[in-house]
Design a protein around this ligand. Structure first.
Ligand code: COA
Length: 178
């Protein structure tokens, strides 16, 4: 795949929402209610949501752009964590949240995710982070393995609500070098 990794702009909002609609369901545990997934897409991953993220100075969105088609994205949030479970788990501060990391399924297992991760870690370090943390569903074995390969280790747990279901996420962190 010929592609570049670049910072997203507000022009990408619609295409990011389309990509999120393909990739978010892949991160949900088997058996998740499709209505809960649809509700989350509508309330947190719509074009308007992405426009708001892209306008937020503490948020950076990176995209894998293959000739205008978005094949993956990550979102970094440079704000201190507020969830008490996360606050008590993190040891490397200040820490930037890798709040989203998604690659189109046609590009899984081909190294694109590792490239996106490298760019995301570099951006986090450049913004002043000494650490990066993330939450990942405890049943998402593929993503957990990918994060472990990317240098993250489990430091705690937190909960994530999808509809009325409380999901359990692992909290993972790693150090980044300037
Ligand atoms: C998470 C994601 C970005 C990783 O990208 P990727 O290209 O799949 O990653 P890689 O192939 O480099 O690494 C995945 C690893 O998990 C392994 N794996 C695949 N399926 C697995 C499974 N069911 N159980 C355990 N390990 C699994 C792979 O073998 C690989 O490990 P290896 O290189 O040691 O063989 C991508 O899978 C994705 O976008 N998934 C859907 C969305 C998602 O879950 N995002 C994370 C939200 S927190």
């Amino acid at each position: 795949m010929m592609h570049v990794i670049r910072t997203a702009t507000t022009d990408d909002a619609g295409r990011l929402a389309e990509l999120a609609a393909v990739t978010f369901p892949l991160a949900c545990p088997p058996g998740s209610d499709p209505e809960d997934i649809a509700a989350h897409l509508a309330s947190a991953l719509s074009p308007d949501n992405f426009r708001a993220y892209l306008a937020d100075p503490s948020v950076t969105v990176l995209v894998i752009d293959a000739g205008g088609r978005l094949r993956g994205y990550s979102m970094l949030v440079k704000r201190p964590a507020t969830d008490p479970d996360v606050v008590s788990a993190l040891a490397i501060l200040p820490s930037v949240e890798l709040s989203k990391c998604y690659v189109h399924p046609e590009h899984h297992g081909l190294g694109a995710a590792a490239e996106l991760m490298r760019a995301s870690l570099a951006a986090a370090a450049e913004s002043g982070g000494k650490g990066v943390w993330l939450g990942v569903n405890s049943q998402n074995a593929r993503a957990i393995r990918f994060y472990e390969k990317s240098g993250f280790r489990r430091v705690g747990t937190k909960s994530f609500k999808l509809g009325s279901t409380v999901e359990h996420d692992f909290v993972m962190e790693r150090a980044v070098q300037p």
